[in-house]
Design a protein around this ligand. Structure first.
Ligand code: SF4
Length: 611
């Protein structure tokens, strides 16, 4: 399929991408990236939410995944006078769309989109304009494309649009509101209680006026400069036009490039900028300003500066020596930015820079518990009495390091799809970690300490039932014995203030720091090289059967899909294993980073350590 040919089909994803930049269509077609590629478990949980909304329609029909069959079924069902088609597929010439719910009542068609964003009951019940909020503009653009296709398929019929949002003030009065699949097998009495909850949970907003505005003129902040003030129909004509039309290249690099996955070279592809825009005067066309840490990138791009090499250092610190001379006890984000720029300009920068503040790591009380929690948030509450998106703590991994260098690994994962509330078991298992009431809890953000506070708050709602868990958590929070200055230590905060290495140029998250530490150790360090080789691509190596659990969000969605009853029998087997490996890797990464730093601290005197 090529752009401009007869079999070239625009779908919802292609339209949205092409609107933000027509050049993306070339990349998408070239790399067969035709679908939005939302991670599979997240997509299933979104469909579960749609199915919860669909329950309000008695004459609902569900299309299968297969696009052509779904298209045929939609056509057949829409011959009925009244029907709600979930996953409706419509095609008008080269345009195709899949609509979450399409409701037909006589000569009226209503497009229903379900969005996860919380909305207050008191907010307006109509959306009349895209306003200045990007998220609302994105929802309206999606709906406007769908409306265009529906109008072309059914000229003369009235087309309306409704958006459905979870209500911020909702509290569930039932257990298991997330298990929509089970609704078919519950009693009529139970069913009415669930339906009453879903009615209160969802707020419906009429977006027809806002969608019509976007149909006539797409909002400039989600459209390529070429499409400013164009109608949806004009954008479609342009996207469908001759595949060799590259007139939009004249617009050059633009603001949507910042978030575009085609900008940088990928595993199998060259980067867009290098292919289409790289000026000859830049020796490092792969170093873009959007990867620079700190402030100033919007200002730079606004002034037409897109390459790190072209960025002027404005604070007068034109060398590392000057940065060190005028710097304070902490490494600032602005200094990190300067180091990135100096390195791209081929100036001398240190391979490693440690500040004495890191010595706090030597003062910690053993055992050291490198601990990682995983939590899930979902719009449909699993247990009674909670709001949408209240966090559910479902997993932890802890590597405990004794003074003798011995490591003990303890982990727990909620694997029971029927259990609405894993917090009691989570807490009881947490208390089983050997030595957990002593020493120091090392976390990579304040997340674990906040988690313990949240759990205590959650148990206090029913304090008589959970006296034991409240006591355990309070004791874990405070620690036993003499008070230590650091019961909790945030490793991320320490690294942010006192650590830099030459390989670190892409943020300070755990996975980025681990990658840079492993690269540094491979090049110069003492950590066993075999151990490092084993970890060359750790988060990809733990996957199984294409599981793609590589970050907190995918881990959360895989677990939520399990709780929603949406995993296949094979997935029920391998997902828990990958989840355990994922969480264990997070806590073990902290051990590796800790060892790397403690080893370097041995070389440190009173001054900064610079290698
Ligand atoms: S990098 Fe920029 S110009 Fe290239 S496809 Fe992406 S948004 Fe378009």
């Amino acid at each position: 399929m090529t752009k401009g040919s007869e079999d070239f089909l625009i779908n919802d994803h292609l339209f949205n991408q092409g609107l933000s930049c027509p050049l993306k269509i070339r990349h998408i077609l070239r790399y067969h990236d035709l679908h939005s590629g939302k991670p599979v478990y997240r997509q299933r949980n979104k469909l579960n939410l749609r199915d919860a909304v669909a329950l309000r329609f008695s004459n609902r029909k569900f299309t299968p995944d297969h696009l052509e069959i779904a298209l045929k079924k939609t056509g057949t069902w829409l011959k009925d006078e009244e029907v709600a088609v979930c996953g409706a597929v419509l095609q008008a010439g080269n345009l195709i769309t899949r609509i979450p719910i399409l409701v037909k009542k006589g000569r009226e068609l209503t497009i229903i989109q379900i969005h996860g964003k919380l909305r207050k009951q008191s907010q307006r019940s109509t959306i009349e304009t895209a306003g200045k909020k990007r998220s609302m503009a994105v929802y309206l653009v999606k709906a406007a494309y769908r409306t265009e296709v529906v109008q072309r398929c059914f000229p003369g019929m009235t087309v309306e649009v409704q958006f459905v949002f979870p209500n911020k003030d909702f509290r569930s009065t039932v257990i298991g509101l997330n298990r929509i699949r089970d609704f078919e097998v519950i009693t009529a009495h139970e069913k009415s209680r669930f339906e009453e909850n879903l009615d209160r949970l969802f707020s419906t907003v009429d977006a027809t006026v806002g969608v019509n505005e976007v149909l006539n003129s797409v909002p400039e902040w989600v459209a390529h400069p070429k499409f400013e003030n164009c109608s949806v129909s004009e954008v479609i004509s342009s996207l469908l036009s001759d595949g060799d039309d590259l007139s939009h290249l004249e617009t050059g690099i633009h603001k949507a490039c910042k978030y575009c996955k085609y900008r940088k070279p990928g595993v199998e592809r060259g980067g867009c900028w290098e292919t289409f825009f790289a000026p000859e005067a830049v020796s490092r066309p792969d170093k873009h300003i959007f990867e620079l840490m700190g402030h100033g990138n919007t200002l730079e791009s606004g002034n037409g500066v897109y390459y790190q090499e072209k960025v002027e250092i404005t604070d007068g610190l034109h060398s590392f020596e000057l940065m060190k001379k005028y710097g304070g006890p902490k490494i600032t984000i602005q200094q990190r930015r300067n180091l990135q720029i100096l390195s791209t300009k081929n100036e001398t920068v240190p391979e490693l820079w440690l500040k004495p503040g890191l010595k706090k790591l030597s003062e910690l009380k053993f055992p050291l518990h490198f601990i990682d929690f995983e939590a899930a948030t979902y719009a449909l509450p699993m247990k009674r009495g909670v709001h949408p998106y209240e966090p559910v703590y479902f997993q932890f991994s802890c590597h405990s390091l004794g003074k003798d260098g011995q490591i003990t690994h303890t982990e727990w994962l909620d694997k029971d799809p029927e259990r609405p509330d894993p917090h009691t078991e989570f807490t009881d298992q947490l208390a089983q970690i050997p030595g957990i009431f002593e020493g120091t809890l090392i976390q990579y953000s304040p997340f674990e300490k906040q988690g313990i506070n949240n759990l205590i708050r959650d148990f206090r709602r029913n304090s008589m039932l959970h006296i034991k868990q409240i006591e355990l958590l309070e004791e874990i929070r405070a620690g036993r014995g003499e008070n230590s200055e650091f019961r909790f230590m945030d490793l991320n905060a320490l690294l942010r203030d006192y650590y830099h290495n030459h390989f670190l140029d892409d943020g300070l998250g755990l996975k980025q720091i681990l990658k840079s530490v492993l690269e540094w150790e491979k090049a110069y360090g003492n950590i066993d090289k075999k151990e490092i080789e084993k970890l060359s691509n750790p988060y990809l190596d733990i996957q199984s059967n294409g599981s793609k659990i590589t970050d907190g969000s995918s881990a959360m969605n895989a677990w939520v899909a399990m709780k929603n009853g949406l995993l296949t029998p094979e997935e029920k087997e391998f997902i828990p294993k990958v989840l355990k490996k994922y969480c264990a890797l997070d806590s073990y990464s902290m051990v590796l980073i800790y060892r790397h730093i403690v080893d370097l601290l041995k070389k440190m005197g009173e001054e900064d350590l610079i290698l």
